[in-house]
Design a protein around this ligand. Structure first.
Ligand code: AMP
Length: 280
């Protein structure tokens, strides 16, 4: 695996790789890699013969009181894991300047009304930061394929919309959610939780599963959502939201919707926010 920390070097490496046949797949991450991230690389390898992973803790997507400073940074371990997956290139910028240079104008993207709903309601500006950095990575790397996890469903929908207008040549792939044995969706933020809290966190997935079952039994949607919220609170998981939407994240208000749907939930446990969803 070739590792680069500067943009200049990145361009040279990409130039070299462009001479090799096949497609290039990009897997953007913030590091602290777990099996969820690695599943994205495995999937990328099925779709493209060359893979590039980026590790960049993007300051633009963190709010003032969020965990930018304490976000887990585990560079050495990440590199080992990427080597094992036979990732071809790692771009791990030595500083933010390598992504957003001071001498260039940053194209700040606006995530629109969907960007202020669900997670965006709790994290104002978060999705503008996400879109701005992903657009920048697309500009710098110009991959053929880019892979994003379904765990961050709203992020993946917003990126899909952004790419459709700004980078229509890039194929986006949605990777399924990887979970621990007890059902908790893997996340770097799970590191903030104790064993006991992780056990409680499994109830978010349980709640999503129960809600799908209730919906399929044609129970009333408002009752399903009320029950879900009460269940989460009873397990010490403070709900930020728990909703049913269609697969493009439009609001569904009745329980006779025919197309693909998704229950999405976000809970806070001991100051750590966890998100999860089930599409059905
Ligand atoms: P992050 O490092 O948290 O920004 O995540 C980088 C990418 O990995 C995003 O596309 C995430 O959706 C994806 N990802 C994170 N956790 C999981 C998981 N448990 N399963 C599948 N993909 C994941």
């Amino acid at each position: 695996m070739v590792i680069t920390r500067t943009r200049e070097e990145l361009y040279k490496i990409l130039e070299e790789f462009s001479k090799k046949p096949g497609k290039l797949a990009l897997i953007p991450t913030m590091g602290n890699l777990h099996d969820g991230h690695l599943s994205l690389i495995k999937l990328a390898k099925l779709k493209a013969s060359k893979t590039i992973t980026t590790i960049f803790v993007n300051p633009l997507q963190f709010g003032k009181n969020e965990d930018f400073k304490k976000y887990p940074r585990t560079e050495k371990l990440d590199i080992e894991k990427l080597k094992k997956e036979h990732c071809d290139i790692l771009f791990i910028p030595r500083n933010g300047e390598e992504v957003f240079s001071k001498t260039e104008k940053v194209t700040s993207l606006d995530s629109g009304s969907l960007g202020s709903e669900l997670c965006g309601k709790i994290r104002p500006g978060h999705f503008n930061g996400v879109l701005t950095v992903v657009n920048r990575l697309f500009e710098l790397i110009n991959p053929d394929v880019a892979v994003f996890g379904a765990k961050d469903y709203q992020q993946q929908i917003l990126i899909k919309k952004m790419a459709k207008s700004l980078h229509p040549q890039i194929s986006l792939i949605k990777a399924p959610i990887i979970r621990s044995k007890n059902g908790v969706a893997l996340s770097s933020r799970n590191n903030y939780l104790s064993e006991k809290e992780l056990e409680l966190a499994a109830n978010l997935f349980k709640c999503l599963q129960n809600s799908v079952t209730s919906y399929q039994k044609r129970e009333k949607l408002n009752e399903i959502l009320d029950n879900a919220n009460s269940f989460l609170v009873s397990k010490d998981l403070m709900p930020d939201y728990f909703e049913l939407r269609d697969s493009e994240l439009n609001i569904i208000s009745k329980n006779n919707y025919i197309g693909k749907k998704i229950f999405l939930g976000s809970v806070t446990i001991n100051n750590t926010r966890l998100i999860d969803n089930i599409e059905f």
